[in-house]
Design a protein around this ligand. Structure first.
Ligand SMILES: C[S@@+](CC[C@H](N)C(=O)[O-])C[C@H]1O[C@@H](n2cnc3c(N)ncnc32)[C@H](O)[C@@H]1O
Length: 321
């Protein structure tokens, strides 16, 4: 997964405006806070630049992957409006505009002024008129989550930063604002998944229909197995990103948990692949989430069509046979 070229260039410009000597330390601090599940705390221009260069590509890739899954599950979907709550520098908007170019109206709510200022500047470089013309609201989502309905409402990597006490009310307001879909993304950690699972329970109580990743609305078998449901997306690292992360690899894998809930029922797949398929001589082993349980499925070459499907199935893909 790569960033759109104009976004990559706009980030480079933001980063070039900061003293390069301050970036490695800022990137290390951000990475440490992220791994400890702490809020990003973009305390300085260097932290903001490091965030744009190291974290934005990862959350962009996760968002893009989720929107692609939404588009696959709902082929006729053509959302016209997007509300992003806890928008940071506008990452989800960029990913949504790539998947849904028919977006006309985008509203972003973000508490931190430096992110709003940088996000606006970066968005001005987009080739999508809706991204350029997005409305940025610098305010607390707890004050603003409700409001005018939007086709898509997104909460991306932001639930962790809402106090536990306020989460249910915030989610309810986000759901009330979602005319078609509410999309929630979290880090692919046990804590991130726990937040997604709590949102799943609440949304089902409120009459929401699940769109992805769950192939059913029964009790979550991952939770019952004390496991956590998460997926991964591989993103290219730019040369500057590699230098900053002191990573030799030209890519990184971003792990994420997510939930998409909608107003109307959609056809769900029979199952979802929830681990990397294990390709063995003569057979492939799949771990599937099905309507009733987690299931280990061995697909042998004797079932040609199913075997071919299994060869192409990736972690996170829907599965029917
Ligand atoms: C980890 S960042 C994620 C940014 C972006 N959504 C993404 O996926 O890249 C979380 C963002 O939520 C914002 N945030 C946290 N609590 C907030 C609140 N109560 N109101 C508005 N924004 C909030 C933070 O300032 C931060 O920019």
């Amino acid at each position: 997964m790569r960033l759109p070229e104009e976004l990559r260039r706009a980030i480079e410009r933001e980063v070039a405006a900061v003293d390069a000597r301050l970036l490695p330390r800022a990137a290390r601090e951000l990475s440490q806070r992220y791994q400890e599940g702490e809020p990003s705390a973009l305390r300085s221009p260097a932290h903001l630049a490091a965030y744009l260069q190291t974290r934005l590509p990862a959350t962009f890739a996760a968002n893009r992957r989720v929107f692609e899954e939404v588009a696959a599950r709902m082929p006729g979907l053509a959302p016209r409006s997007l509300l992003d709550l806890g928008a940071g520098p506008g990452t989800s908007m960029w990913a949504a505009a790539e998947t849904f170019p028919g977006l006309e109206k985008i509203t972003l709510v973000e508490r931190e002024a430096p992110l709003v200022v940088a996000g606006r500047r970066v968005a001005a470089q987009s080739r999508h008129p809706a991204v350029v013309g997005a409305q940025w609201l610098q305010q607390d989502v707890l004050a603003k989550a409700a409001g005018e309905p939007h086709d898509l409402v997104v909460i991306s990597y932001a639930l962790a930063e809402i106090s536990e006490k306020a989460t249910a009310q915030f989610l309810r307001a986000a759901w009330d604002a979602a005319a078609t879909l509410l999309v929630i993304l979290e880090p692919g950690t046990p804590a991130g998944f726990a937040r997604v699972l709590a949102a799943r329970t609440a949304l089902l109580d409120w009459g929401a229909h699940l769109v992805a990743p769950c192939p059913h609305a029964e009790a979550c078998p991952m939770a019952e197995a004390s496991d956590w449901c998460h997926f991964a997306v591989r993103l290219e690292r730019s040369a500057a990103h590699r230098r900053l992360k002191q990573g030799a690899l030209g890519y990184e894998d971003e792990k994420f948990s997510y939930l998409v809930a909608g107003r109307a029922p959609v056809e769900l797949p029979a199952a979802r692949v929830i681990r990397h398929p294990l390709i063995r001589p003569g057979h492939i082993q799949l771990t599937l989430c099905t309507a009733s349980r987690l299931e280990q499925r061995t697909v042998t070459k004797s079932r040609k069509d199913v075997y071919r499907q299994a060869r192409q199935a990736e972690w996170g893909a829907p599965w029917s046979d």
